[in-house]
Design a protein around this ligand. Structure first.
Ligand code: ZN
Length: 361
């Protein structure tokens, strides 16, 4: 209550708030713990999974004593320890096309910490239709994103109109994630949620974090009038289950591999018709070293510089080690770029395996 912008009135707003948390995993754990500790009155937890031992390094709301229990029940036990007055509503059936609209209608704010595209797009569309604010978060390895979407001010589909093929991007279970990365991103999501509940957010924002590089960026965006969810002629006007299947074929079909090795990239670049090579690192990194012929478009600026990337020609994307460039590749594919591939290992692999004259850092 002593904090500027909170006071007794703000604390009462938190007490009266009803927040729905989708996924009580790596992101949902810190989100739920901090919102409970902040005095949010009602927390809804939607997660159909059970606690497994491989979850524990990042899903800090659970413990050994709740292995095998539904995550909703395990989380509720921890939250009650923090705030016995908290009203916790369990949705162990998860967040589905069948219940999404009803659930969203019951809450003031939705927080999406799920790890699959189907639920992510469902959460977006349900919040657009229900005119509820949405806090989105995602993590992979040492990178993360936090986004705030407010009613009528742009949505996830303004940035990613089409749900990518589930196999195009590895999940945390496949690619790994640092537990502390989940902690940073989840805590950031909780902070944004509290700011929204206190009335301190007036526009959407999208934040990118690169924990291994120690960098973060905020991107402000506006609603896209052509957006298929929140635009002037929306395509998604109801939550049909067929639009939220885990694997979809509504991205353009392509034979271009999502990722290629550094050796394959070198062969292509030395061919008579080399692909366009885009470097998505930061300018300071580009100054240290670069692959000849590459064009610098830092990751955070890719959405606003799409016009500089050809859609009808092969494109290779690289960064330092391959993490940021994979995100850029996935983003471009969601925008209909079918001939774009990520270069695994990035310029570091180039130095090690192709050209030792390129300095490493
Ligand atoms: Zn939109």
């Amino acid at each position: 209550m002593r904090l500027p912008g909170v006071g007794e009135l703000g604390q009462c707003r938190l007490r009266d708030a009803k927040v729905l948390i989708l996924g009580v995993g790596g992101l949902g754990s810190p989100v739920a713990l901090y919102l409970a500790a902040a005095g949010v009155g009602v927390l809804g937890l939607a997660d159909p999974d059970k606690v497994e031992i491989s979850n524990l390094h990042r899903q800090i709301i659970h413990g050994f004593d709740t292995l095998g229990l539904p995550k909703t029940i395990s989380a509720a036990e921890s939250l009650a320890e923090i705030n016995p007055g908290l009203n916790i509503i369990l949705h162990p059936e998860g967040f589905t096309p069948e219940n999404a609209a009803d659930l969203v209608a019951c809450y003031d704010l939705v927080i999406d910490g799920t790890d699959n595209f189907a639920t992510r797009f469902l959460a977006n569309d349900a919040c657009v239709l229900g005119q509820k604010p949405l806090v989105h978060g995602s993590v992979l390895q040492a990178t993360g994103q936090v986004a705030v979407f407010l009613p009528l001010q742009g949505c996830y589909r303004c940035l990613y109109p089409v749900m990518p093929d589930a196999s195009s991007v590895p999940t945390c279970a496949e690619a790994g994630v640092w537990g502390a990365t989940c902690g940073v991103v989840g805590s950031w999501m909780a902070s944004e949620a509290i700011a929204i509940l206190l009335g301190q957010r007036r526009q959407g924002r999208w934040q990118l974090l690169q924990l291994d590089a120690g960098t973060s960026k905020v991107i402000h965006f506006t609603a896209d009038p052509h957006c298929p969810a929140c635009g002037t002629a929306p395509k998604y006007t109801s939550l049909l289950a067929e639009n939220y299947q885990p694997t979809l074929c509504n991205v353009p079909m392509t034979d271009t591999p999502l990722e290629i090795t550094i050796e394959e990239a070198a062969l292509l670049l030395r061919s008579s018709t080399p692909p366009v090579l885009i470097d998505v690192r930061e300018p300071s990194e580009y100054q240290v070293c670069q692959i000849a012929g590459s064009k610098l478009i830092p990751l955070a600026t890719v959405p606003e510089r799409l016009a500089e990337i050809p859609k009808d020609a092969p494109v290779l994307i690289h960064c330092h080690h391959g993490g940021r460039s994979l995100r850029a590749t996935q983003f471009l594919r969601s925008k209909g770029y079918t001939q774009v591939s990520n270069v695994k290992g990035g310029i570091d692999a180039w130095s090690l395996k192709i050209d030792p004259k390129v300095p490493r850092y």
